[in-house]
Write a protein that binds this ligand. Structure first.
Ligand code: ZN
Length: 236
């Protein structure tokens, strides 16, 4: 194999890894973002549930006080019934008793609804707490390994780029320009092996004469169809 072609194969291998590293530089931050969002979502639901629980408990306590007071008033009204003198007083007192009873009933119903809400919130908070503990641990571990990966990507990248520069300086300019043109236009590998007498990339059959030259490996040969540089299938 021609030395320049061997260098190009090494160079295209590096280009492949540079491409992979560039892709990971794009997807790693996205992955990190969604891992953080997952933690934030659980945390914000946990915070709002805890706030609501506190409010509901406060409302329940206030209602209990209110009902207690209303019951005391009711008792007083009922005591007053015993000492009533006129029909007018009687009617007024009956009205007050009725209103007090209605208020107590309404507040007790609200109180029950609140208690149900408190129970629901308490079990939801327990569930969220457990999930938060799990997700937080898992995602933080994942985040720190992704961060390590990102840091390593930068190092690997500059290492590869430096080595690529070295290789590139050894490849003759016309050969390098074939490489760059084909890589830009077609993507993927530029130096490909023959496969049963055809180009290993586009599968165009090559003439027997060309195959012979390729096998000898003394003159650079390209595929007429895709422009890639061809090397023998058994040539290392
Ligand atoms: Zn081809």
């Amino acid at each position: 194999m021609l030395e320049e072609v061997r260098l190009l194969m090494e160079l295209q291998d590096i280009d492949y890894w540079i491409g992979e590293l560039e892709r990971s530089k794009e997807y790693i931050p996205d992955m990190m973002k969604s891992l953080r969002e997952e933690i934030d979502t659980v945390e914000s639901e946990l915070t709002s549930s805890r706030q609501r629980l506190e409010e509901a408990q406060l409302e329940t306590n206030n209602l209990e006080l209110k009902v207690g007071e209303a019951k005391e008033h009711l008792e007083k009204y009922q005591e007053q019934m015993l000492t009533i003198k006129t029909n007018k007083e009687y009617d007024a007192l009956v009205g007050q008793i009725e209103t007090a009873k209605q208020e107590i009933a309404a507040d007790e119903e609200t109180s029950l609804t609140l208690l149900e809400e408190v129970e629901t919130l308490q079990s939801r908070i327990a569930e969220l707490d457990e999930r938060h503990g799990r997700i937080h641990q898992e995602n933080e571990d994942r985040l720190s390994s992704l961060q390590e990966e990102i840091d390593a990507v930068e190092d690997k990248m500059s290492e590869k780029v430096a080595y690529r520069q070295q290789l590139k300086s050894k490849v003759p300019r016309p050969t390098m320009s074939i490489y760059q043109r084909v890589r830009k236009g077609r993507g993927g590998d530029v130096v490909v092996r023959l496969k049963r007498g055809a180009c290993g990339a586009c599968y165009k059959a090559q003439t027997p004469k060309k195959i012979q030259i390729i096998k000898k490996g003394s003159i650079l040969q390209t595929c007429d169809s895709c422009g890639r540089i061809l090397v023998s299938d058994g040539d290392d």
